[in-house]
Write a protein that binds this ligand. Structure first.
Ligand SMILES: [Zn+2]
Length: 266
């Protein structure tokens, strides 16, 4: 008799247990979804289709360039692209840079480059951490492809180091004085050009700076691949142990609201 009376209670208990289990499963699934979005949000952001990244550089680069698998583009060609798409009038002094940078940042003529999961900036003594937006996109694409290739090969995870970005004429003159390889007229003056070191990389697991044959090979492959797609011009600078890279812009950007394009007409 007791057993028969207990039955409805037991059934109710079983029902409660299965409802609790269902809620638990739903909670776990929601947490997994949140975790997935959280860890992938950067990649989603970076690979959100953009006009710039979708543009066919091989056919619509401005000025046009030919694909190449060699990372040896001469300075004159870097300069042609830098002058066409970057600042029309380089900053003469560091004081001039300091007084104008906030306004150029607000207008998105120049963007600040900061450390992220793809790269780190070395202490910058002779340059300012700014580039035109197209060059920042290019840098992130190099970083993403570098990470992807390292993962494919199951190599250690590395981040590359950026050693130089935008220079003023003042800092460029100083550099040329101390280093005869630093040409006086450099694409670094225009905010289109960046140096990536191949001497050392950040080992993200150990949080150490080290040289790595695998990382150099992987970075070189990525750069050759992107040079073949006409995404930039590049040259290996042996004295500085870096790749000197100038962005190639897919469409003319003369209509940009760029103070340095128009207001300093001489
Ligand atoms: Zn350089």
């Amino acid at each position: 008799m007791e057993r028969v009376q207990d039955m409805p209670q037991k059934k109710q208990k079983q029902k409660r247990v299965s409802i609790n289990f269902l809620f638990f499963t739903i909670e776990v699934l929601i947490l997994m979804l949140i975790g997935f979005i959280f860890f992938n949000v950067d990649e989603i952001k970076i690979f959100k289709p953009k006009e710039f990244t979708e543009c066919d550089h091989v056919h619509f680069a401005s000025p046009s360039i030919s694909p190449s698998s060699k990372l040896n583009d001469p300075n004159e060609i870097h300069l042609i692209h830098a002058q066409k798409n970057g600042l029309k009038f380089p900053f003469v002094t560091n004081v001039e840079f300091d007084s104008e940078i906030d306004s150029l940042k607000r207008k998105s003529v120049l963007l600040e480059v900061t450390d992220n999961k793809f790269y780190q900036l070395k202490s910058l003594y002779n340059s300012k951490p700014y580039l035109i937006p197209e060059a920042v996109d290019m840098l992130n694409e190099i970083g993403y492809r570098f990470q992807r290739k390292l993962k494919e090969k199951k190599y250690n995870n590395y981040r590359f180091r950026i050693t130089s970005l935008l220079r003023t004429e003042e800092t460029q003159n100083k550099l040329s004085h101390f280093n005869h390889n630093a040409t006086l007229h450099s694409a670094h003056l225009y905010g289109t050009t960046v140096d990536i070191s191949y001497k050392n990389f950040i080992n993200t697991k150990k949080d150490t700076i080290e040289s790595s044959y695998e990382a150099v090979q992987t970075l070189t492959k990525v750069l050759v691949e992107m040079r073949e797609e006409c995404k930039f011009l590049a040259v290996r600078e042996r004295h500085q142990s870096c790749f000197h890279i100038t962005v190639v812009v897919c469409q003319p950007i003369a209509e940009k609201n760029n103070h340095h394009f128009y207001s300093k007409v001489k």
